[in-house]
Design a protein around this ligand. Structure first.
Ligand code: NDP
Length: 263
């Protein structure tokens, strides 16, 4: 039997929710009526964003959680249990970027990135899956990337972490299949966020040009739709994965990239 929960009955925990895609996901789920626990390494920002949303009338709480620290991950899940009674939807979103050739990539940076984008999602899944099994319902959404599907020079850690995250998604899907739990990855291409704009600016500096020129001359030729992805496209996909009609979608990687990986 496939169980279902209505959106207003859902408790959602999102990592890296102070900025960018995570913040938009928090807003999207809050607007749909869910109770949202926004977590982030940046405590002051996440508390600020959460209190702004609360003032707008949404059911939102902010909690500090550095996903590399097991004690903070445990604390965030414990808080979700105390305040909301559990976690129905886990969105592993926190991520960082660092670009270097393998030969120049600092080992510490590589390990930090794997810990943020792979070990963190593993620790959170490990804690929430038993809660989801108890209630015979759960949705795990891992924000991966097209970097989890194809190789990009200079992105040894990011690419390895995102490939691993897609593997973790498949295992969670198999292990949760008998208990009403689905796990899926969303794989965006270039999304219009501060993180990506920053990358274009870095590239522009090395080429002595502007970020807009980088977009037009370097990025758009790679993207058949010649545009950046809007965060709302990620939000609507995540909401769909939590809808009753998506109950049979599990272990999948949903690519939103304007056609980047098609050819
Ligand atoms: P942002 O940098 O805007 O947001 C990432 C958030 O994660 C920030 O609030 C950041 O906090 C937080 N964070 C960083 N380290 C940790 C940590 N150790 N524990 C908890 N939170 C942490 O990035 P985006 O919104 O662009 O990216 C969100 C996700 O989407 C990432 O996983 C990224 O890989 C993925 N993605 C993004 C794409 C894009 O084009 N933007 C494309 C494909 C995938 P702070 O900034 O305060 O350090």
């Amino acid at each position: 039997m496939v169980s279902h929960k209505k959106m207003h009955e859902r408790n959602v925990l999102i990592t890296g929710a102070a900025h960018g895609i995570g913040l938009q996901l928090a807003l999207g789920f809050a607007r749909s009526g869910a109770r949202v626990m926004m977590t982030d390494i940046n405590e002051s920002e996440v508390l600020q964003r959460a209190s702004e949303l609360e003032l707008e009338g949404f059911q939102v709480t902010g909690v500090r959680c550095d996903v590399t620290k097991e004690s903070e991950v445990k604390f965030a899940v414990a808080q979700a249990k105390v305040e909301y009674g559990g976690v129905d939807v886990l969105i592993n979103n926190a991520g960082i970027q660092h670009v270097d050739l393998i030969e120049d990539f600092p080992v510490e940076k590589f390990e930090e990135m794997i810990r943020i984008m792979l070990t963190g999602p593993f620790m959170l899944s490990k804690l929430v899956i038993p809660l989801m099994k108890q209630q015979q319902y759960g949705r795990i959404i891992n924000i991966a990337s097209i970097n989890g599907l194809i190789g990009f020079a200079g992105k040894a850690a990011y690419n390895s972490a995102k490939h691993g995250l897609i593997g973790l998604t498949k295992v969670a899907a198999l292990e949760g299949a008998d208990d009403g739990i689905t796990a899926n990855a969303i794989c965006p291409g270039y999304v219009d966020t501060a993180m990506v704009r920053g990358q274009f600016e870095d590239l522009a500096r090395t080429r002595n040009t502007t970020a807009d020129k980088v977009l037009e001359e370097v990025i758009f030729p790679l993207v058949p739709q010649k545009r950046l992805i809007d965060t709302e496209e990620i939000v609507q996909t995540a909401l769909y994965l939590c809808s009753e009609s998506a109950a049979g979608i599990t272990g999948q990687s949903i690519v939103i990239d304007g056609g980047y990986t098609v050819r």
